[in-house]
Structure formats: structure tokens, C-alpha cells
Design a protein around this ligand. Sequence first.
Ligand code: FE2
Length: 294
Amino acid sequence: MSGRIVMGALAPHPPHLVYADNPKQNEPRAEGGWDVLRWGYEALRAKLKKKDYDVIIVHSPHWRTVVGHHFLGVPHFKSLSVDPIFPNLFRYHYDLKVDVPLAEAMCAEAAAQGLVTKMMRNEKFRVDYGTITACHMVNPDWDKPIVGVSANAAYDYFGNDVGDRQMIALGQAARRAVEKLGRRALVISSCSLSHRHFTTEPGVPEDMSYERIYNHNQYLWDMHVVKLLKTGKARELLDEMPDFIDQSVSEARAGSLTFLLSALGFPTQPAEVHAYGTVIGTGNAVVSWDMEAA
Ligand SMILES: [Fe+2]
């Protein structure tokens, strides 16, 4: 079998986007909101509908692990996910399957690269909302298994350069595992760009008269990053990643974006940008790479 990563996507996870979509799995009801970003996800889903793939690999900033890189290692998870900051927006009943053999292969490949790794075998583990939100937005039918990968805190404990080096190795390990097992994989980075945000919520959370860019400098950084992706300059973005992380308080500090770019082999093809928009002031881009069109 010849496996490969068929597509990659930057899939930010503000719970507001799920809330605004009113899916049956989420308890709160919304009047709408954040439409441009949700239209971007619609466009991404339309592309994915035409793609033949059998698993979603997702790296999430909200599954933080202090020691090593962890992988979901239980075939089935079903529970209620409540966003700790926005329980008023996100109380989501999830029911998902895991491609455990692929997770084990990724874990072994990452260990062979010298990374500290661990399979997460606790059946009662509560899957984090960054994983659930991004997976819901790309595939609300949940008809594909996932491989969830944790965000190791190397950026915090050692620095951005060390964190990036580990994520490059982790992305390469993911690609090798996909190829060895003959999977056709979608890899997603559950990650915002700039991440300064408002600290008070309007009475109606989806009242879009309150939503706007929070800070001009971080907006300029976001547009710079989007331009690099659109022009196939993933390597240049990697060079600038430590500055981007520090100067825009970027959620890329969790490593999800570097992991994705590495898994895709630092693509030189132009990325397709489906949308950019703010959520409570944070910068979010929905972006994809069709690796079979490359
Ligand atoms: Fe987040």
C-alpha cells in the first residue's frame, strides 16, 4: 500500500465557531456570528468532500503535556466536552473513533527520532476541546477516525527554537508512519495565529458589533504569515516563527503549526486561504494544502 498525506489544513478552534453553527451535539443555541470564518470552513469541507482520505491527524494546543508527546490510544471516546473559559458557548457531546494502529506507529517513529513519547490509554480521558472543535469544523459527520497528538510544553520550558525542533521531528514521524501503514491522511493544526484577546464578553456573545481586530501589530503579523503561506514560503515562516510567536502572543507557541508544516514537508506550493477573521480579537485563518495537486 502506498500511504501519503493527501491534504493539510490550518483549522483554528475557537469554540465560538461551533456555537454559531448550532450543531445538534452542542447544547447552547446561537443567533449566528463569525460568518466569514464559518464560510471559510464550508469551503474547506467542500474540498474535503471530494478527497479520498481515511484518517484525520490533529495536533491540539489544549492537550498540554509536560513530559513528552502523547497520542490518543483508545479506540473509542464518548463524553461531554465543556470549554473551561466558555462553558456558556461550548458543551459538546462527542463520540469519536481513534486509529490506534496509526497512533502507535506515530508514537514509535517519534521515539525513534529521539523524542519522549507516550500512548494515552485511559478510557475515561476527556478529549480536549481544541481537538474536538477543529475536527468538528472539518468533519462534523465524525465518519473518519482521528489520531490526537498532544502539545508538549517544550516552547515554555526550553524556548521557541527547541520547541520548533521537536515539532519538526514529530511532523516527520507522522509522515513516515502514514506512509508505512498505507494510510491516506488529512493532517490538521488546531491553532489560531495571533492570540491577544478581549477579556470581557458582550451580553450577546455573537453580537458582531463587538468583534474586531484587537491590535494592529498582531494584525500585520497575521497578514505577513498568511502571505508567506499563500506564496509557498513555509521555510521562511519557520525561520520567523520564534519572532511571530513572541510578538503576536501566537498560539503557534503550542507547536501545532510547525508540526503541520513539517508533516507536509514545508510546502513550496501556494496554500489556499479560505478565510481570515477574528474571534474575541484573536487572528484565525482557515488554510489548506492539497498535497496531491502539488
Ligand atoms: Fe486555543
